[in-house]
Write a protein that binds this ligand. Structure first.
Ligand code: GAL
Length: 451
């Protein structure tokens, strides 16, 4: 029997990118430096010494890139705004040329029939604000609301989807606990404070939207379902801690107005007493939630793993991507159904999903063959369809990513793009994944039908 994968009418098909990863020219036209600009130019922090000075040169080539989107039949494009282009010092003085870049991008999208979906913060905090304490400073909520209001006033007439933050967990885990991402701190005392202020900022941004905006705003979380390695009490408790730390630490204050109890076990003495009033700010009504899915983790107790006392158990029976992530499409279904169970029926979008694999050299005039990425995309789109059949209110899917780009501190070697980018020449070449995705979009999913 053939399984049918037609998606509901109105399901939104898109692709996603972020500013520092693709734009290049991070200081052009009066922009201020961001913490990523700083971090990428700190010796030893980036694989291969890579940085975002040029990246995909999207700052200059955005019109051509919109044509690539059009060739795929994309209905929506999710991008992020580099805060320091618009406010070089993070607050106060607006840089009109920076704002104008995003205005021109939005116009170009609309002229090509593509719906813009803007993320306000995808990790590139203005360096001037980091100098004032960054996310450790409680004023960060006001800074963010000021910036958000400027963006809403400038673009809400043309941008119908907004997100406050992208993946605050990664900002905190990489930027404040483990030091692998900007701003490169390593402190269990800082991590919960940064996390809390990020969610206060998100709440303040949503409040600002209610005053200035007319369409829809939400927030984007990365969710990695956690499965216990055994049913021992220790492994089950470790799995609960890992789940609370990664999957609930941000969604709970935003959607439930509280923190999961396990966080006290995770952080111990480093867990602060937060003013109860703060949760009135963090919990704001959202119009949708964006969820990013890449992989899952099987978890066991590990007394030496600080601070979680939990460790992942590799699953050799499944393919792993070049970032070491297990390919496990059922996790996407479990993420979506689990999210609905905990937080209720909120409209959901998959705002990122994709895979890094080695790509063969490009051949002039030919599609780049990337069978492992094709397989990943097909399986995850089929899983998304199963989640809809199970009753999840899933409204759209954004592939990560439109282009190969700067994979943060892992540099340019990890390629997630639908289009291959030759970083020496900036030539874009479609991959077989792009062809599959275009076919899926054109057929409302029927290209996924399989026996
Ligand atoms: C996400 C992030 C993206 C991209 C992707 C692939 O965590 O939002 O910017 O890097 O992972 O690793």
């Amino acid at each position: 029997m053939t399984r049918r994968y037609r998606f509901p009418d109105g399901f939104l098909w898109g692709a996603a990118t972020s500013a520092y990863q693709i734009e290049g020219s991070p200081l052009a036209d009066g922009a201020g430096p961001s913490i990523w600009q700083r971090f990428a130019h700190t010796p030893g922090m980036m694989a291969n010494g890579d940085h975002g000075n040029v990246a995909c040169d999207h700052y200059h080539r955005y019109k051509d890139d919109v044509q690539l989107m059009r060739a795929l039949g994309l209905q929506s494009y999710r991008f992020s705004v580099n805060w320091a282009r618009v406010l070089p010092e993070g607050t106060g003085r607006v840089n009109p040329k920076g704002l104008d870049f995003y205005s021109r991008l939005v116009d170009e999208l609309l002229e090509n029939g593509i719906t813009p979906n803007a993320t306000l913060f995808h990790w590139d905090l203005p360096a001037a604000l980091d100098d004032r304490g960054g996310w450790l400073n409680r004023d960060s909520a006001h800074w963010f609301a000021e910036y958000a209001a400027i963006m809403f006033k400038a673009l809400d007439d043309r941008v119908p989807y907004w997100s406050t933050l992208n993946e605050p967990w990664v900002v905190v885990d990489g930027g404040y606990l483990n030091g692998t991402l900007a701003p490169g701190h390593r402190s269990p005392f800082e991590a919960p404070i940064a996390a809390h202020n990020l969610m206060r900022a998100s709440g303040a941004g949503i409040q600002a939207y209610r005053a200035h905006g007319k369409h829809a705003i939400g927030v984007v979380f990365n969710i990695e379902p956690k499965y216990p390695a055994s049913d021992s009490a220790e492994d089950l408790a470790a799995t609960r801690r890992a789940n609370a730390y990664m999957n609930q630490q941000f969604a709970d204050p935003a959607l439930l107005g509280s923190y999961p109890a396990e966080l006290v076990e995770v952080y111990g003495d480093a867990w602060p007493d937060f003013p109860p009033d703060d949760f009135r700010l963090t919990k704001q009504p959202v119009d949708f939630v964006g969820l990013n899915y890449y992989t899952r983790a099987v978890v066991r107790h590990d007394a030496n793993a600080f601070p979680l006392r939990a460790a992942p158990v590799p699953q050799p029976q499944h393919t792993r991507t070049e970032t070491g992530w297990e390919v496990y499409e059922q996790g996407l279904v479990d993420m979506l159904t689990g999210f609905r169970e905990r937080y209720g029926d909120i409209p959901l979008y998959i705002t990122e999903n994709g895979s890094a694999f080695y790509d063969p050299p490009t051949v002039e005039g030919e599609l780049l063959q990337d069978p492992l990425r094709v397989d990943y995309l097909r399986k995850h789109l089929q899983a998304a369809h199963r989640a809809i059949e199970a009753g999840v209110d899933l409204r759209g899917y954004y592939a990560w990513s439109l282009l190969d780009n700067l994979e943060w501190s892992l540099g340019y070697a990890k390629r997630f793009g639908l289009y291959h980018v030759d970083f020496a020449t900036q030539k874009r070449t479609p991959k077989a994944t792009a062809k599959l995705y275009a076919g899926v979009i054109a057929s409302h999913g029927e290209a996924l039908d399989a026996s």
